[in-house]
Design a binder for this molecule. Sequence first.
Ligand SMILES: CC(C)(COP(=O)(O)OP(=O)(O)OC[C@H]1O[C@@H](n2cnc3c(N)ncnc32)[C@H](O)[C@@H]1OP(=O)(O)O)[C@@H](O)C(=O)NCCC(=O)NCCS
Length: 173
Amino acid sequence: MIKNVEIRQALPSDAPAIEALYPEAFPDEDLVPLVRDLEGSAAISFVGVADNGLVAHAAFTPCSLTERTDKVALLGPVAVAPGRQRQGLGSALLRAGLRHLQDAGTDSVYVLGNPGYYGLLGFKRDDDVMPPFPLLEGLRGAWQSLSLSEHKTQLRGQLTVPQAWRRPALWTP
Ligand SMILES: CC(C)(COP(=O)(O)OP(=O)(O)OC[C@H]1O[C@@H](n2cnc3c(N)ncnc32)[C@H](O)[C@@H]1OP(=O)(O)O)[C@@H](O)C(=O)NCCC(=O)NCCS
């Protein structure tokens, strides 16, 4: 539990604060176009809100696997306000989101990110499901998945992503 921060699903009225958070958390990368595209999509977002405003955001986008009907999602982007980082907020937000997805019957969640961070939440390198765009050799270990299903079947195939995620630059940071 994070003191004085409410974790909840994002509302349309959170959009301006979410868009203001990303340049603060990622000064060297412009993720606002992605965040805007996700606002009008089927993505589900979670936010952390403190007394002084919105301090964390994470989005999960429903996707599909080629030739399979499993319910899968792509995690990202994730941001915590600089003054609030490394206090457990990002992890609490992601756990709340993952619980929600599991309750909704999601089988597996994919992410391209730092294994040192996502590994703490149980994500593991995935060589069986291919990302939508080829990754640079050094990034292969950053492609990870977390099974939320009781059956734990190893899924295979390629992740098909909606339009918002079809910018090659998002996959070659
Ligand atoms: C990455 C981010 C979402 C993590 O959220 P957070 O609330 O700061 O992290 P938590 O407090 O939940 O987790 C803390 C633990 O995660 C790990 N961790 C946190 N940020 C990390 C990072 N950038 N790299 C590697 N490990 C990290 C550490 O083990 C840390 O524990 P420690 O502080 O005891 O060393 C947040 O720091 C952020 O928005 N950073 C700026 C953007 C960024 O670097 N994004 C990259 C995402 S892969």
